[in-house]
Design a protein around this ligand. Sequence first.
Ligand SMILES: Cc1cc2nc3c(=O)[nH]c(=O)nc-3n(C[C@H](O)[C@H](O)[C@H](O)COP(=O)(O)O)c2cc1C
Length: 375
Amino acid sequence: METIRKTIFDAVNIRGRKLGNRLVVAPMTRVSATPTGVPTQEMVNYYEAFAAGGFGMIITEGTFTDDFYSKANHNQPGIVNTKQMQAWKRVVDAVHSHDTLIINQLMHGGALSECGEHTIGPSAVQPVGLRATDPTRTPSPFPMPRVMGRGDFGVVKDGYVNAALRAHQAGFDGVEIHAANGYLFDQFITPHTNLRTDEYGGDERNRLRFLMEVYHAVKGALPAGFIIGIRVSESKVNDLAYRWPSGAETAQRIFAVLAEIDPDYLHIAAEGGRWSRECLYPNGQSSNSIAKSILKSPIIANGGMHDVELAETLLNSGAADLVSIGRAAIASPDWPKRIAAGAPVLPFFKELIKPSLTLGHTRQVMERFNESALC
Ligand SMILES: Cc1cc2nc3c(=O)[nH]c(=O)nc-3n(C[C@H](O)[C@H](O)[C@H](O)COP(=O)(O)O)c2cc1C
C-alpha cells in the first residue's frame, strides 16, 4: 500500500485538541508590554496577525510567573495579577476568532534575569555573557545568583500553578513550561549550572526533579484538556555553543525522565536557528528522533523549520509531529498562507529585531522596507 506523505499543512491533534495544521509560532520575547508587565493593544495585533496568517497554534513569548525573581526582561509581560490576565484575554480572544490555538509560555529567568540586582538559581554559578537585551541600558555582567533554598522552591512552584490558573482564566488553550535556553529549569538540567548535592543535583533524574514537581503541580491544578507542554534545548541564549555532555547518551537519559513526566507535548528548541547544528548528533540520531522513540508525547521541532523540505523530512521520518517557526514568522506573519499559495515570503533579516526586540522597532523597519521597495 502506498504511504501518504505528511505535509506541514496536515491537521494534527495535541492531547485531543485539533490544530488545522502542523505549523506553530515559536515563543519570541518582544519586550513590548507596559513596564508593569501588562500586554498591550500592539501585542493583540501582533498575535492576531499570526492567527489570521494561517498558523495552527501560537506559543506566546516567555511570560513571568511571580513578582519575586521570575521576570527576565524589562517590559516582559507577566501573568501574575488580574490586570495582566485580562489584557492577555484580549490577545486570546483575537487569536481564537481565527480558530487558532494559543499557548502561554511560562518562564522563570533564574540566574539569567536581566531585572534587579538579585537573582536566584540552583547554584552559585555566575552566568557567562552580559545582560544586554535592552539597548537603552549599558550591558552589564549577570550577578551571582543566590542559591535556592526550600522556601524558593515553594514560591517558584506556586508561581507556576497560579500563572497557569490565570492563563486558563484568560482562555488560553494551555501553557508551555519553559525549561530551555538557559533559564531557571534549564539551569537545573545543565550540570555546569547545577552543582547541588541534594536531591535536585547529580544525575538526570535529580536535575529534572524540580521540573517534574512543578509539572505535576500544574497538571493537578488545571482541568483535563488544558494543554501543558514543556520546552527543552541544549543551547542557551547566553551560550549558543553549549551542548549536553555525552550528546546522544545524555539525551537518552533526559528524555527517559521526560517520558515519566509525560507532557502533553515536548518542544525541542534550537535557539541558534540551525536544527542540523543543534539537534543532530554525529551518530546520525537527532534529539527529536531520540525523544520520539522514548516519549509518547507529540514532538515539536524547531530551528530553521521555515525550510519546508527539512520540516517535512522530519515529519515523515517520524522525528517530529509539528514544527515551530520563529524568525520567519516575524518577517512574514502570514507565512503559512503564503507558502500554501506559492506566494513569495519576506525572508527574515536581523535589522527586524536589532538593535531592539520591540514590536514598535519591527514596525518601523518594515515601514522603511516597504517604502524603499516601492521606490
Ligand atoms: C526575537 C526572539 C525572541 C525569542 N524569545 C524566546 C522566548 O521568549 N522563549 C523561548 O523559548 N524562545 C525564544 N526564542 C527562540 C525561538 O523560539 C526559536 O527557538 C529560535 O528563533 C529558532 O527558531 P527559528 O529558526 O524558527 O527562528 C526567541 C527568538 C527570537 C528570534
